[in-house]
Design a protein around this ligand. Structure first.
Ligand SMILES: Cc1cc2nc3c(=O)[nH]c(=O)nc-3n(C[C@H](O)[C@H](O)[C@H](O)COP(=O)(O)OP(=O)(O)OC[C@H]3O[C@@H](n4cnc5c(N)ncnc54)[C@H](O)[C@@H]3O)c2cc1C
Length: 303
């Protein structure tokens, strides 16, 4: 069956939008990535399940994305079905110290709602442009905090469409790593716990963190945040500068003059150019500093 027939058939069975041969550059913060054969935007959990069952029935490989802020998608795109977890699964409910959030909820909104409810612990998320699901899979963190520390329960869906709940003690999180990164699991929602605090104090911390980001990050250009993980006890940005890589450029991708671990897309950059600059920086840092930098951004698709 051709992709256009699959597209029409799937669109009839779900409420959310199904796109055919959709450029992934529209869904990544780097503005890079070729076409996904099929891209599904589920409107709710039932839609998500329907899409998964459909993919399994037609033996389509499934790729999950959130806000696409930590992704390098191949120039040739992604074969099979991409499911974008977004506004259809983005509810946020707060009762006492507990927050229930859908995987598609944006982290800055979650941080703001927690602040308004007088719950501390979420301030560091205000400047991270990802979704709740992406943050759990990556164990996103900043300012000495990471999202895994706030988790009480995670609600997931397996690729057959079954729901499962993991309690905090069944989950493991480490620096930019989580057991949820398993290929056959989709994060649908989470239960988080905050600590009561004064709204004004939470707000002050949040604004301080945001101001620091505006000063140090090249937010005016498309980017994917930190390209490399920090090696233990060091910072990737410091090593990249030390190795003399700041401002090097491959095609339209440049090591940011403002933050050496951010590689900015000056306009029309490609995944091929990112891979080339990544390789050059890795080689130079290894030669000069003896450290092999490891990618933090996730490569998806047909490389
Ligand atoms: C300007 C900028 C600043 C940033 N600052 C930080 C920072 O301070 N700290 C930090 O840790 N990160 C930072 N990031 C990186 C990024 O925002 C985080 O890693 C974020 O958590 C990724 O979320 P996402 O929804 O964009 O995930 P995506 O990039 O869409 O996906 C990331 C990974 O998670 C998987 N995934 C996404 N959603 C789901 C789901 N529901 N179920 C299963 N798998 C899923 C994807 O398959 C992929 O492997 C920054 C990025 C930018 C652009």
């Amino acid at each position: 069956m051709t992709n256009s027939v699959l597209h029409a058939q799937l669109q009839r069975s779900i409420k959310g939008q199904v796109c055919f041969s959709e450029p992934m550059s529209k869904y990544t913060s780097w503005r890079i990535g070729g076409p996904a054969d099929l891209l599904v935007k589920p409107r709710d959990e039932e839609d998500l399940r329907q899409a998964l069952v459909y993919a399994q029935h037609h033996a389509l490989p499934v790729t999950i994305i959130g806000n696409g802020t930590n992704l390098l998608v191949a120039d040739r795109g992604i074969r099979g079905m991409v499911i974008k977890i977004g506004p259809g699964l983005a509810n946020i409910e707060i009762h006492n110290h507990i927050i229930r959030a859908g995987a598609g909820a944006p982290l800055p909104l979650l941080a703001r709602k927690a602040m308004q409810a007088g719950l501390a612990g979420f301030e560091f998320l205000a400047g991270i442009p990802g979704s709740v699901g992406g943050a759990l899979v990556m164990n996103a963190g900043a300012n000495g905090c990471a999202v895994g520390e706030l988790v009480r329960q995670v609600i997931v869906c397996d690729y057959a469409g079954n729901s499962l709940i993991f309690e905090a003690d069944e989950l493991t999180f480490a620096y930019r790593q989580s057991c949820l990164a398993r290929r056959n699991i989709i994060v649908a929602g989470v239960v988080l716990e905050g600590k009561p605090d004064r709204v004004e104090e939470i707000k002050e911390r949040m604004e301080l963190y945001l101001a620091r980001r505006r000063q140090t990050q090249p937010l005016e250009y498309p980017n994917a945040g930190s390209v490399f993980k920090n090696p233990p006890g060091d910072s990737a940005g410091r090593l990249i500068e030390l190795a003399g890589c700041k401002e090097i450029r491959v095609g339209n991708i440049q090591v940011s003059p403002r933050h050496a671990n951010f590689f900015v897309n000056l306009g029309g950059g490609t995944a091929g150019e990112v891979l080339e600059i990544v390789q050059r920086v890795q080689n130079m840092v290894e030669e000069k500093c003896g450290v092999k930098l490891v990618l933090e951004v996730q490569k998806l698709g047909d490389f």
